[in-house]
Design a protein around this ligand. Structure first.
Ligand code: ZN
Length: 448
């Protein structure tokens, strides 16, 4: 008797014809069929696979014989049932896997464990849905690793090394099950992300944790960074503040030519990180991210101001255009003076204040910097008064300076030398600016 002829699997590029293609509701082969009838859901939500153990064993047997043993690691759109005890994705005597591994669009219905694998070629887990916990432990991705649009609905554990680009763009992580990324060992040798890594456009839930991860190559554009946990993580540094990888793109490419909107996004990411670290009472990181936020704001204001200047140049070009077209520019021109004066001056003023705030107290974060300016005021004042009052000695000069800086009246102000009057006035102005900023920065430091 010849074996029965089954219809072809409904997945377009799949040539399999097996019993499942005939029996499963979606008419797909044993690898692709949706398997929702392979388990029963218990009252606590867990899955009972017992009554279909035969099918499960057959699935893994066929997977091994027809895919893995043949060196074929294309599992696109596969639906994986319960993992067997001899998990083919967990190698105890690990060989280096030289072929491309592709799980694009696959679904894992139960816990999925990948361990001790060396993937020498690209690995694609994009668009995969992990319905239960996903574990990637001691997996080394030597080439591109794609996890974009992947859904980790039952939490995940990653203890891997990504040697080249890793892409987690637009992933979704469970908000009820914990997800953690941590190296096997918190040292430089085990740095997780070594190439460009994207965690962009992700809504990180509270249950998400980066533990001891070096994030200097990780980009977070468009992600929500207020809730997730950073434990002992390191960021790259620029002039004593934390810098995101996203910011480096701005500087390395074309200086300040990126549109201001990009800087707004960056500024907001720093604000979110500041908020995140403040909530965890990690003041050092919070303060460094606040400084970054201010630096980016200044940069944005500068670019916006430059953009506004362009209108002026546009007008000078427009004047060379013959009349019919020129009327359009003439209309435009009517709005130019307003744009130029108001908005431009607005930004210029804000930049000026921010620059001063930076110079005097590093945006209120460094009282020592403000203290330096107070000492400088005292020193310059003393020297200045000593030099301008012919009969003064150092003692007098110093005391006069202290009186000026602390706003005490000079009894015979009118009788002293004109240039000394000037110095005293300047000292008072300086101290009006520096002293409050000093106390503000001091308060900010000790209120924590
Ligand atoms: Zn198929």
């Amino acid at each position: 008797m010849s074996p029965p002829e089954y219809p072809k699997c409904r997945v377009e590029w799949c040539d399999r014809k097996d019993q499942s293609c005939d029996r499963s509701p979606d008419r797909k082969c044993i690898f692709h069929c949706d398997k929702s009838n392979w388990y029963e859901t218990r009252t606590d939500g867990s899955k009972d696979w017992f009554h279909r153990m035969g099918n499960i064993t057959q699935f893994w047997k066929e997977l091994k014989e027809q895919k893995i043993d043949k060196g074929d690691y294309n599992f696109a759109l596969f639906v994986f049932p319960l993992f067997p005890l001899d998990n083919p994705f967990s190698y105890t005597n690990a060989e280096r896997l030289k072929v491309e591994v592709r799980f694009t669009g696959a679904r894992f219905l139960s816990n999925a464990t990948f361990s001790s694998m060396w993937l020498e070629n690209a690995a694609f887990f994009n668009g995969v849905i992990f319905l239960d916990h996903a574990t990637f432990s001691h997996v080394e991705f030597l080439k591109y690793a794609d996890f974009s649009d992947t859904q980790f609905l039952g939490g995940a554990t990653f203890a891997c090394i990504f040697y080249e680009e890793a892409n987690f763009r637009h992933c979704s992580f469970s908000s009820s099950h914990p997800t953690s990324f941590n190296p096997y060992f918190p040292s430089k040798e085990y740095t997780m992300f070594r190439g460009k890594t994207s965690f962009c456009e992700i809504n990180f839930p509270r249950t998400f944790t980066f533990r001891h991860v070096d994030l200097s190559h990780v980009s977070f554009s468009g992600s929500n960074l207020e809730e997730l946990t950073f434990l002992g993580c390191s960021f790259c540094k620029r002039k004593g503040r934390n810098e995101l990888f996203d910011e480096r793109k701005v500087f390395s490419s074309s200086g300040g030519l990126l549109p201001p909107a990009y800087f707004e996004v960056l500024e907001d990411m720093y604000r979110q990180l500041k908020y995140n670290f403040e909530n965890r009472r990690d003041w050092r990181n919070a303060s460094e991210f606040f400084v970054s936020q201010m630096e980016i704001r200044r940069l944005r204001l500068k670019i916006e101001a430059n953009d506004l200047k362009i209108y002026k140049e546009l007008w000078s070009e427009a004047k060379a255009i013959p009349p019919p077209t020129r009327t359009f520019f003439a209309k435009l021109h009517n709005s130019i003076p307003k744009l130029y004066t108001l908005k431009w001056w607005n930004r210029a003023l804000e930049r000026f204040f921010l620059a001063g705030f930076d110079v005097i107290s590093r945006y209120g974060e460094q009282p020592d910097r403000a203290l330096f300016w107070i000492v400088t005021l005292l020193l310059m004042g003393t020297i200045g008064i000593f030099a301008s009052q012919p009969f003064a000695d150092w003692n007098d000069a110093f005391l006069t300076t202290v009186r000026a800086v602390t706003f005490q009246q000079e009894n015979n102000f009118d009788s002293i030398h004109r240039s000394t009057q000037w110095i005293i006035t300047l000292l008072r102005i300086g101290s009006v600016i520096v002293l409050p900023l000093f106390f503000l920065a001091l308060r900010r430091r000790f209120k924590r």
